[in-house]
Design a protein around this ligand. Sequence first.
Ligand SMILES: [Zn+2]
Ligand SMILES: [Zn+2]
Length: 81
Amino acid sequence: MMICADCGELFEEAVDLFEIHGFHYPPYERLHACPHCKGIDIRDTFRCELCGEWITGEYIVTIDDNRICCECYTRHDIFDD
Ligand SMILES: [Zn+2]
Ligand SMILES: [Zn+2]
């Protein structure tokens, strides 16, 4: 699964865009883009180890290498309770 940094949409497969740089002949630069907004700032994403939701922003990596989403943890301070 991939996520677009511009519009935040998740999608299975990027679409190909061709950047022609003002030239009208190949080779064109082939870019992978978001199918929703055609943005090219796209990233691989992965599921949260705990809730199974796709991670769409910040996440935590635990010491045993699990990646969990922000919904699955809250920070506390023992001196604040
Ligand atoms: Zn997008
Ligand atoms: Zn989660």
